[in-house]
Design a protein around this ligand. Structure first.
Ligand code: RTP
Length: 150
């Protein structure tokens, strides 16, 4: 666990179209994470199949790719202490009905196939996902106070 741990967080097409981008970003900002990359991307099915390669073969896979390709997503990298695990707990469970109030899915979503956001499930997945979604690399910047405020 380190203060420079990075996670890949993505607001899915339904989250974008339901105008939840600001609310989701605010939660990560207010928790204390640092935004180090962000862009709006309308991903191709081929790109999404790479992102979800581990799920190929699942019965919901074709529907998942169609859903994720239906509109732009917000691709983001957030940095901070235990960002991968904490990011997942902020999102809630995969099935929003099992997500507690206070989590993003628990507050804003109902269905597993429309769960508005994605978060990396391990540091290794985060590294792969960041490389897939930000092949151009990430801009580095320093907050003067970041060493003691988090
Ligand atoms: P994500 O990758 O999107 O953060 O989700 P996750 O790790 O919590 O869940 P995962 O098992 O990796 O599933 C990826 C996404 O596939 C959709 N899904 N649909 N039974 C279903 O219809 C079903 N199961 C999963 C969800 O959009 C899930 O987030």
């Amino acid at each position: 666990m380190s203060i420079t741990e990075r996670t890949y967080i993505m607001i899915k097409p339904d989250g974008v179209q339901r105008n939840l981008v600001g609310k989701i970003i605010t939660r990560f900002e207010e928790r204390g994470f640092k935004l180090i990359a962000l862009k709006l991307v309308h991903a191709t099915p081929e790109h999404l199949e790479k992102h979800y390669a581990d799920l190929k073969g699942k019965p919901f896979f074709p529907g998942l790719i169609k859903y994720m390709a239906a509109g732009p997503v917000v691709a983001m990298v957030w940095q901070g202490l235990d960002s991968v695990k904490t990011g997942r707990s902020m999102l809630g469970a995969t099935n929003p009905l099992q997500s507690p109030p206070g989590s993003i899915r628990g507050d804003f979503a109902l269905a597993v196939g429309r769960n508005i956001c994605h978060g990396s499930d391990s540091v290794e997945s985060a590294e792969k996902e960041i490389a897939l979604w930000f092949p151009e690399g990430i801009i580095q910047y320093t907050n003067a106070q970041e060493q003691w405020i988090f």
